[in-house]
Design a protein around this ligand. Sequence first.
Ligand code: MN3
Length: 198
Amino acid sequence: MSFELPKLGYAYEALEPTIDAKTMEIHHSKHHQAYVDNLNKAIEGTDLDGLTIEEICRTGVEKPAVRNNGGGHFNHSLFWEILTPGGSKEPVGSVKAAIENYGGFEKFKNDFSEAAKTRFGSGWAWLVKNEDGSVSVTSTPNQDNPLMPVADVKGTPVLGLDVWEHAYYLNYQNRRPDYVSAFFDVVNWDKVEELFNK
Ligand code: MN3
């Protein structure tokens, strides 16, 4: 069984002006496709073949090709899902309550933005659900994620932001902070809530 590139629930241009159509097209159809293809090659004929992408991230990332491409596939699949044209402005439901306990939406936004802006080089910023139902903010290098045993903060990712230059360079060039603050305009908090309750 091999992994496939997921279809987006919106058009490439639908997230403009936050994320431009060309960036979305290259990011989804080239970068993510390459992670999928290379992951399939890396697991073919191994005992990882047949596991879910979450299982692979949790247990199978000793091999660099699996870590990089398995992470790449999981991370991007989540990223596309938590974006939506126009965004939904604020957290809802259980994740809203968890963010209140964390210190509130403003504190979360500040900490998440700081994590995204200060991640040196390529990587991701995350909101993760901990086992006790609380939330933490963290970041990971490259295509690592909080499901992986190698992560500093482990938990279930419910919101992620790609801060690789390929995610924003066409529109924002070196202005990663502008990309990070614009990101909040297109977050799908209903989807974050769904992931939180899974
Ligand atoms: Mn990317």
